[in-house]
Write a protein that binds this ligand. Sequence first.
Ligand code: ZN
Length: 312
Amino acid sequence: MAKVTQISPGAWGVSLPFLGEQDIIGSYLLAGENELAIIDPGPGSTLEPLLGSIREAGFEPQDVTHILETHVHLDHAGVTGSLIRLLPKAQVYVHSKGAPHLIDTSKVVASASRIYGERMKMLWGEIEPTPAERVHTLEGGDILKVAGRRLEVHYTPGHAVHHVIFFDAHSGELFAGDVGGVRLPGVDYVRPPTPPPDLDLEAWTESINLVKSLRSDVLYIAHFGAVRDIVPHFGRLREKLYAWGDFVLDAMHNGKEEAEIIAMLIEWTQPELQRIARDPHALQRYEIASNYAMTVQGYMRYWRKKHPERLT
Ligand SMILES: [Zn+2]
């Protein structure tokens, strides 16, 4: 079952149960003026818990008018096509570079199937296309009037080339997707989620600066929950983004293969997490939120694609 928590007037945080865990994948609901919005509806495998969370917040799924995507990765937007089929009033809002992957899911399904193989269905459930006429494209600078709020859309590439955040300047709440990295409740540790194929450290740095410049009171990150110490949080994220990137680059220089680099990165970084978390289960939880294999694959692709000169 999903866990639902009211976070402010007209806003709820939802924990979607994933692989038996709570507080790893988050969604948000906004309600007001006869509109109901979901920010990052999550994977297809948590469709039922998501619908349950809407009822638990006191609404009917049929009332959903807006589905806002920070980006189209499966843990954030995989359920979109199935939702759209069930929710007649819902319209989808996504960055123009992400929209094609919701309308035609074949590339996403193919690349995820290569990575996840037989675990695909268990992890991500159904991945259905969204009819183009239900998809509305966003660009940085757009303003969305949703559920009685005025949400600024800011373009924040780095984690994904089509990543956006939604900022309510009036309430000070910023719905950050993955631009703020992974920091699980109760563990004071920020992990850089750096999956292929779009990872871009320079773009991500600019996005961090942009988000900081908005001076929000709170970031709601997808993995997971509220971040209020925003400046130090981003400082630690940026430091790790580059430190891990340099580590992978060094290993590539030394002729290491992907599997070896994954093992080396785990050996190098896990002691710190272990020390901070003091809970062996935290390692598994961070791995579910952003696994080491994808992290290394993302960096390796980034270095090859964006900085081939640094590999010679
Ligand atoms: Zn994510």
